[in-house]
Design a protein around this ligand. Structure first.
Ligand code: TRP
Ligand code: SF4
Length: 405
């Protein structure tokens, strides 16, 4: 697989190791990853350097979370035969690309990234007046661009980082995409398509560049895309030559918004560690049942015979995630007529959550007993990631004039 252009989109995403995972991660992120790995080449990584940008004083949490997180991913169905799982800090190339991108990252762009000001205000107890924190989105851009990822599954809050990634890629390609001798190289690449195709390519290029003929552009792009026996570098040269720009050293990724991002927590707010309203993926069955049994309900139901309103009850939010139409109907009528009690109402949710967690807990326990296997998965993932990253860096160094070893 490595060394070749992935045929479909290449998916990349990362997660910060900042504690045990919960159902919010499962519904908001991991289920989506599991689906994506069926269709696409996927790279998923532990963003440990990212965790350090805001939690450099909590190094124990990071170290503890790394392996637990890999176990949780695997327990949820992320499949190491389909996806590469790796640790960011094991691939030093991320740091190199981060450094190189930082040379061309305008300060104004970074200061305008919404998470920069937001987090400085919201994480008030932490010192975020650091160079590393300002550069966070540049590091994230490096993570993405180094794998030439085309699709990046993220939540809403991360879209601005992918946008910045696109802008940095564009800036990079614009500044460095024109390698010395670009035209000669592009002509040589055209010749590799064969006489007839090369002639057609030149004609289409002229039609587009001199006459603005966008149909000729589209036909030229299709012609280049359809060439089986030219390599990725030549393909990019030809695309750039056709369009009148340089070569696309770093392709622009698209954000892939997670389909069901908001898992409700035990109190009706989004499930999140900072709200203390989570159900952990490896939490034992008694504790899970207890947490749901003691969840707040519609405050109007003080006594058993007081009618309630599901819309005012966090338990209803969980029924929306877990229950079928019949059960939902039973809740609606039973609650409003005081026909059912709250504990009764909670039971189907408890059962559904346990049924969901049972296999996860079981697989996680097996994996926790087999650290050698988990390490092996990560080792293999790191090897694949390193190879892909190294390939990009060869092009990046050459484009930036650093190929004079
Ligand atoms: N910033 C992301 C988050 O906080 C984690 C992350 C780091 C990431 N690098 C990435 C996500 C690259 C997607 C792609 O959730
Ligand atoms: Fe909430 Fe169900 Fe009780 Fe109604 S019956 S208040 S929906 S827990």
């Amino acid at each position: 697989m490595s060394g070749q252009t992935p045929s479909g989109p290449r998916v990349l995403s990362g997660m910060r190791p900042t504690g045990r995972l919960h159902l919010g991660h499962y519904h908001g992120v991991l289920r989506n990853w599991v689906e994506l790995q069926e269709q696409h080449e996927c790279f998923f990584f532990i963003a440990d350097w990212h965790a350090l940008t805001t939690a450099y004083e909590e190094r124990e949490i990071i170290a503890d979370s790394v392996w637990d997180m890999v176990i949780d991913w695997l327990a949820c169905g992320v499949d190491p035969e389909r996806a590469r799982l790796f640790i960011q800090s094991h691939i030093l190339e991320h740091a190199e690309l981060h450094l190189l991108l930082s040379m061309i990252a305008p300060l104004g762009w970074l200061e305008r990234v919404p998470t920069f000001k937001d987090q400085q205000q919201n994480l008030g107890d932490k010192d975020l007046m650091t160079y590393g924190f300002l550069g966070y989105p540049v590091l994230q851009s490096a993570d993405i661009l180094i794998y030439r990822a085309t699709a990046v599954p993220v939540g809403e809050d991360q879209v601005s980082h992918v946008e910045l990634t696109r802008e940095l890629a564009r800036r990079f390609n614009h500044m460095f995409g024109r390698e010395p001798g670009f035209e000669d190289n592009a002509e040589a690449a055209a010749a590799k398509m064969g006489k007839k195709n090369a002639k057609r390519f030149r004609a289409l290029r002229r039609q587009y560049q001199e006459g603005g003929d966008t149909e000729a552009l589209a036909e030229g792009q299709a012609l280049v895309a359809g060439q089986a026996n030219i390599n990725q570098a030549d393909r990019e040269r030809l695309q750039g030559y056709l369009e009148g720009g340089g070569r696309t050293v770093l392709p622009e990724p698209d954000p892939l918004l997670t389909p069901s991002p908001k898992m409700p927590g035990l109190d009706g707010r989004k499930m999140s560690k900072s709200y203390h309203n989570t159900i952990g993926l490896r939490e034992d069955a008694d504790s899970v049942a207890h947490k749901i049994r003691t969840m707040p309900t519609d405050p109007a139901r003080v006594r058993r015979h007081d009618p309630g309103e599901p819309e005012k009850c966090p338990v209803w939010d969980l029924h929306k995630v877990y229950s079928d139409a019949t059960t939902q109907e039973w809740v609606q009528t039973g609650c409003r007529s005081a026909g059912i009690g709250c504990l009764e109402c909670k039971q189907p949710v408890i059962d559904a959550v346990q049924a969901e967690l049972d296999p996860i807990r079981e697989r996680a326990a097996q994996l926790a007993d087999d650290p050698g296997y988990v390490r092996d998965v990560v080792d293999r993932g790191c090897d694949a990631a390193r190879e892909a990253a190294a390939e990009t860096m060869v092009d990046v160094r050459a484009a930036m004039g650093l190929a004079y070893r």
